[in-house]
Write a protein that binds this ligand. Structure first.
Ligand code: THU
Length: 132
């Protein structure tokens, strides 16, 4: 693992501290790396109207995109869980809009790391190419 990946994971772990998850109590920390080395973080934000909850991955993505950082290359997800936390279907579709080759680093509470490409998690996405 290179230093930038270590930094990305440290950011994802730190972001988990800010998770607002009073209902599920399941905290998620996420950090996204852009091609030019910037890092954007996100946490899950729940709501008393449960369906309005947003995942950590989309919070991090929307922070990046809303600041003009479209060129996302890596995403780290950290949870205090024994099993690996894969991004939900909504997040997969939202992320693939920007980079099908996005590299995912999924870190569990034992600090084990699962590496995979986003495209492996969503083989037949609805593609923007169909709208051309
Ligand atoms: N959650 C995420 O933030 N990311 C995921 O990849 C899966 C689920 C959040 C949503 C909700 O606040 C909590 O985890 C339980 O579903």
């Amino acid at each position: 693992m290179n230093n930038k990946e270590k930094e990305l994971i440290a950011h994802a772990k730190n972001a988990l501290k800010f998770a607002y998850a009073p209902y599920s109590k399941f905290k998620v920390g996420c950090a996204i790396l852009t091609k030019d080395g910037k890092i954007f973080t996100g946490t899950n934000i729940e709501n008393a109207s449960y369906g309005l909850t947003i995942c950590a991955e989309r919070v991090a993505l929307f922070k990046a995109i809303s600041e003009g950082a479209y060129d996302i290359i890596k995403l780290a997800i950290y949870t205090e869980s024994k099993v690996f936390t894969y991004p939900c279907g909504a997040c997969r579709q939202t992320l693939i809009e920007f980079n099908p080759n996005l590299e995912l680093l999924i870190i569990n509470e034992q600090n084990q790391i699962k590496r995979l490409k986003l495209s492996a998690l969503i083989p037949y996405p609805f593609s923007k190419d169909i709208l051309k």
